[in-house]
Design a protein around this ligand. Structure first.
Ligand code: G3P
Ligand code: CA
Length: 229
């Protein structure tokens, strides 16, 4: 069972911050999931296109300068990280799942990953998105980087959802567990991950399914799981 520290295990520290990621790593996370959006040539690690929910700023990210954005508090004195900072923090320590949240992420990420320090990013990198066109753009630039297809709901056709993407994994919502879909994905050789699972009882309910892992907000979930193995 693989556990992704969702937004850096957001129940333990402010989501998508360096602090959350560091704490998740220290709690034994092997995979970290983060969200990125593109802004003025930069990749910001933030889930929403607006500032209100996760920072002391308000309004659209796009309506602010980088200098303004870097001054907002994302909780516990943390600021919105740049993707480079997260890459530097995790490189050689844990694997990373980067979720592309806005148009423009694919191109900027492709450029960033050509830099020597980031080409050595280990142990594992997985790029995912609900925006399958953005994934396709990224695939064209970085065909060797693993992709995860995010879906919300049950696609009418898995083949159609995948299209020409070469994906490693299918990421499905815990609200829409569909056993035939999971089995079809497994038959195609895909890894299947469920977002978001926060209770051991919920995890136990999913045990009969051939899934490979879950996204969780709580480090306690993987710590509890490892304890009983
Ligand atoms: O990548 C899985 C999950 O993070 C997708 O939903 O809204 O938490 O980014 P969300
Ligand atoms: Ca996410």
């Amino acid at each position: 069972m693989r556990f992704f520290a969702h937004r850096g295990a957001m129940a333990d520290a402010p989501e998508n911050t360096l602090l959350a990621i560091e704490l998740a790593i220290r709690s034994g996370a092997k995979w970290i999931e983060i969200d990125i959006i593109a802004h003025q040539g930069n990749l910001l690690v933030i889930h929403d296109l607006t500032l209100d929910r996760t920072t002391n700023g308000s309004g659209w990210v796009k309506d602010h300068t980088m200098a303004q954005l870097m001054r907002f508090d994302a909780g516990m004195g943390q600021r919105i990280p740049l993707l480079e900072e997260v890459l530097n923090l995790v490189a050689g320590r844990v694997s990373l799942n980067i979720e592309l949240k806005s148009k423009g992420c694919a191109g900027l990420l492709a450029v960033l990953l050509t830099k020597p320090i980031f080409s050595a990013l280990k142990p594992d990198l997985l790029v995912s998105s609900f925006d399958h066109n953005e994934l396709l753009l990224f695939q064209k630039s970085c065909p060797d980087v693993d992709l995860g297809l995010l879906v919300y709901g049950v696609p009418l056709s898995l083949n159609a959802a995948i299209g020409v993407l070469k994906i490693r994994s299918l990421h499905i919502s815990a609200e829409f567990i569909d056993e035939p879909l999971i089995k079809e994905a497994k038959a195609k050789g895909l890894e299947v991950y469920i977002y978001t699972v926060n209770e051991i009882s919920h995890l136990n309910n999913l045990k009969h399914l051939p899934i490979d892992g879950v996204f969780t907000d709580h480090s306690q979930l993987w710590l509890g799981y490892y304890k009983i193995q």
